[in-house]
Design a protein. Structure first.
Length: 259
């Protein structure tokens, strides 16, 4: 599949992750603190710095993704996405089998990307439930700014390539989203799902997803001039354009009683 089509599909999938989260789960076992807002930006710094210093850590991250993505995706399917039902959690199993059996094909890449994206929905909700909305919004902006700075300085491309190539023993690679001839980082999916979870109580989630889709496709045109782009930027801009919400941690994480 050609690169323009491949990257367009990934950009639309990223925008869909903004629209996907629903409900107000409660993760009371995690202590709430504004410091959790450092996670989005910190994840880029830690991963890039860690791989630069210890290239072998990329394999450890690949194994971490392999072990955590399927159960996190099951949680999202069973509870955290629009229309979810508890039995949907079992769909993670055939998706994993397809990602493994058809690795390298479009079907396998699609299954792996779906699992990774769904896992990001769970991770996004975990973060939304422990960070005040305003702090997390700025955390997302900081992540996009750092991502753009690292790409501009050509400090992200090397570690990103090492992480993408890391092989967890021939099993599916969930640390990167690949489709056709394009790929997108796990962090790009994570920031989209987190922004979507953040916007659920505000009623602006679909509006932000639409903006993210338009901006993402427009942003892809820059690939005619650049080899690598910070895919977190369209999501951060969509979050900013969607407007501020007034929902805090407690309001955003009540159990959802609506189907």
């Amino acid at each position: 599949m050609s690169f323009p089509i491949s990257i367009a599909v990934l950009s639309l999938f990223q925008a869909a992750l903004v629209a996907l989260p629903r409900g107000r789960p409660r993760f009371g076992w995690m202590p709430a603190s504004p410091w959790w807002a450092l996670v989005p930006a910190g994840s880029i710094v830690v991963v890039v710095g860690g791989i630069e210093l210890l290239p072998g850590s990329a394999t450890a991250l690949a194994w971490l993704a392999l072990l955590t993505v399927p159960p996190l995706a099951a949680l999202a399917l069973g509870r955290l996405v629009h229309g979810s039902r508890p039995w949907w959690a079992w769909l993670a199993l055939p998706l994993f089998v397809l990602a493994w059996a058809a690795e390298g094909s479009l079907a396998g890449e699609t299954a792996a990307a779906l699992l990774s994206g769904l896992a990001c929905v769970s991770l996004g909700w975990l973060l939304v439930c422990v960070v005040p909305a305003g702090w997390l919004r700025w955390g997302i902006y900081a992540m996009a700014a750092i991502d753009a700075a690292l790409v501009a300085a050509e400090l992200l491309q090397g570690p990103s390539g090492v992480l993408s190539a890391a092989d967890p023993g021939g099993l599916p690679r969930f640390q990167v989203l690949e489709f056709g001839s394009a790929r997108m980082g796990f962090g790009d999916a994570f920031v989209a799902a987190t922004a979507g979870a953040l916007l659920v109580p505000t009623g602006r989630q679909l509006w932000a997803a639409g903006i993210a889709a338009v901006l993402g496709l427009a942003f892809d045109l820059l690939f005619f001039a650049f080899d690598t782009l910070p895919a977190t930027v369209p999501v951060a801009l969509a979050l900013a354009l969607a407007g501020r919400g007034s929902v805090g941690v407690a309001d955003g994480c009540r159990p959802d009683r609506q189907e």
